[in-house]
Write a protein that binds this ligand. Structure first.
Ligand code: NAD
Ligand code: MG
Ligand code: MG
Length: 339
């Protein structure tokens, strides 16, 4: 596996280009600000008229163009709008407005890998996918670090797509942590698998299940929140820093012994089977198709699931407990007024 660093990239390549960042959400605000702070002077943000993101981008000092104007202006269009709307963005604003020989880039492989977008032959098509939330892409860059990125080239019309991608990755901080070369397929399928089974789906269901079981058994919800949710970060920080062995060095021998005895009872062969089925649904395109159909009905069940999730008892309990720990809110990663 090839990993590239800042020394492998020519950051001047990206500085010489008109870069339009489509979307100013989690990833968009991070890419735009990191590029600017890396000395890229020709970076604008593309947003639809009336978008709630316009004041945030303008307050950060960016010129905002409509998607159509930006497409005509750009040498590189970085698509950081929600995956579910990217096919329409391509057909409505990008395909017929982008100049010959320009480039389109993504932070996730879904639209290209599952053929939701069929790009023009004259264009470079590549991906720079940070392996972390957008707010962390920004916060790590600001403190002089970076989030690892994946780079993949789908179409190399210019003969220079990888070099442009590496230059971009360095400018957003990826070259500090490492830019790993992959394919759209590998990024897309592993990213969906990771977020569904482990990072978002798996971890949240696991924490909620533990919380519910303690509450159902008559323990105080506050205890359940601290034990099954709040402490997750403290444990994950130790793993992030030095792997599972580092975490085990810090917890008690009792905790470590319990981990070996009870962990495999909870995450048993059935759970692994379920994970294999999720992977198969991702690989077959079934998940992508279901998600796109969901968007044809105005996200009816997505919105219902989001509402139910936000009404879970643990959300209320957590809010009250976090209010007693004001340091958690200091220097927040997510500030909805700005990003
Ligand atoms: P987001 O929902 O946080 O932000 C979307 C932004 O796009 C908003 O500013 C919105 O106003 C704008 N927008 C929506 N439709 C638009 C259009 N047609 N034209 C212009 N602007 C439009 O999105 P996000 O979570 O940052 O995801 C963006 C991309 O990055 C996706 O491909 C996603 O898979 C990928 N990605 C996200 C993360 C993450 O941390 N959120 C991590 C890795 C990859
Ligand atoms: Mg993802
Ligand atoms: Mg303990």
């Amino acid at each position: 596996m090839r990993v590239y660093y800042d020394r492998d990239a020519d950051v001047n390549l990206i500085k010489g280009k008109n870069v339009a960042i489509f979307g100013y959400g989690s990833q968009g605000h991070a890419h735009a600000n990191n590029l600017k702070d890396s000395g890229c002077e020709n970076v604008i943000v593309a947003l639809r008229p009336g978008s709630g993101s316009i004041p945030k981008a303008e307050a950060a000092g960016f010129q905002v163009m409509t998607p159509g104007e930006a497409a005509a202006w750009a040498d590189l269009a970085m698509v950081l709008t929600p995956d579910e709307g990217q096919a329409d963005l391509w057909l409505d604003d990008l395909r017929d407005n982008m100049r010959q020989g320009t480039a389109i880039a993504f932070a996730h492989g879904l639209s290209i890998h599952f053929n939701l977008i069929e790009p023009r032959d004259d264009m470079d098509v590549f991906m720079i996918a940070p392996k972390g939330p957008g707010h962390t892409v920004r916060s790590e860059y600001v403190r002089g670090a970076g989030v690892p990125c994946l780079v993949a080239v789908e179409q190399n019309a210019s003969g220079n797509a990888l070099e442009i991608g590496l230059s971009y990755s360095s400018a957003i901080g990826g070259g500090r942590a490492g830019t790993i070369e992959t394919t759209f397929r590998e990024e897309c399928e592993t990213d969906l698998f990771g977020e569904q089974t482990v990072l978002c789906g798996g971890v949240c269901e696991l924490m909620r299940a533990g919380f519910e079981i303690l509450v159902e058994a008559g323990y105080a919800p506050e205890m359940a929140y601290f034990e099954c949710m709040h402490e997750m970060k403290l444990i994950v920080d130790l793993i992030y820093e030095g792997g599972i062995a580092n975490m085990n060095y810090s917890v008690s021998n009792t905790a470590e012994y319990g981990e070996y005895i009870s962990g495999p009872r909870v995450i048993d062969a059935r759970v692994k089977d379920n994970m294999r089925q999720v992977l198969a649904r991702i690989q077959s395109g079934e998940f992508a198709a279901q998600w796109m159909l969901e968007n044809k009905v105005n996200q009816a069940s997505f919105k219902a699931m989001r509402r139910r999730s936000s009404e879970h008892l643990s959300e209320d309990v957590g809010e009250k407990l976090r209010a007693m720990m004001p340091w958690i809110a200091e220097g927040r990663l997510v500030d909805k007024a700005k990003n």
